[in-house]
Design a protein around this ligand. Structure first.
Ligand code: ZN
Length: 199
């Protein structure tokens, strides 16, 4: 597990944009959870995305970065805002038959210093996939940056410098042994699906 970081300013923006929900949720894994993060709701506000980009850029101010790359779709906006703040190129990788590739004429050249950006790092699996892509171009991976770290017990060590602004720890439960279900007064919802009320 990575360390806990708290950025009250970012937390406030996450709440204001309703990107951070508290309640009783069914995750895509099928587990139930007391919190849900949808970074797209934060990043839909360009001024909030800009704040995150500037703060993350400060954490990498000691090194010249040529390219910031995000994995589609979650990493696209934060990579672009980081690139703006770092005066670098902002590109994104997209999956073709499940494997990240550079398309649309994007290039990463041998020896370029590359930063990988994500909206949220959960297990780190998709960052690792982008690392494999970048390494294949002979570029130098400087690190990975994300708005949020989920601080999951099963987080893999990425083996590279990793910076993030805010940790969001959720409790997750097997549906057969979920205390929120046992309370019974709070139906579980799948965020993002139709009919979920957005209070
Ligand atoms: Zn439950």
């Amino acid at each position: 597990m990575r360390e806990i970081r708290e950025d009250k300013g970012i937390e406030d923006l996450l709440n204001r944009s309703e990107a951070l929900l508290t309640g009783h949720f069914i995750l895509s894994s099928g587990l139930h959870s007391d919190k849900y993060v949808q970074c797209a709701k934060y990043l839909q506000y360009p001024e909030m995305a800009e704040v995150a980009g500037k703060k993350l850029a400060r954490l990498f101010a000691d090194v010249k970065i040529n390219v910031v790359i995000g994995g589609a779709f979650g990493g696209i906006i934060i990579a672009y805002e980081l690139a703006r703040a770092l005066h670098a190129r902002g590109v994104f990788a997209e999956r073709v038959d499940g494997v990240f590739q550079l398309r649309r004429g994007f290039e990463i050249r041998p020896g370029e210093k590359v930063l990988i950006a994500e909206d949220v790092i959960t297990t780190g699996k998709s960052v690792k996939e982008v690392m494999d892509l970048v390494a294949g171009f002979g570029a130098e991976i400087i690190g990975a940056a994300s708005l949020i770290d989920r601080n999951m017990a099963e987080s893999e060590s990425l083996g590279i410098r990793t910076e993030w602004l805010h940790s969001v720890q959720a409790h997750t439960y097997d549906p057969s042994d979920c205390p929120l279900c046992k309370e019974g007064n709070l139906p579980a919802v799948k965020p993002g699906s139709r009919g979920v009320s957005q209070k």
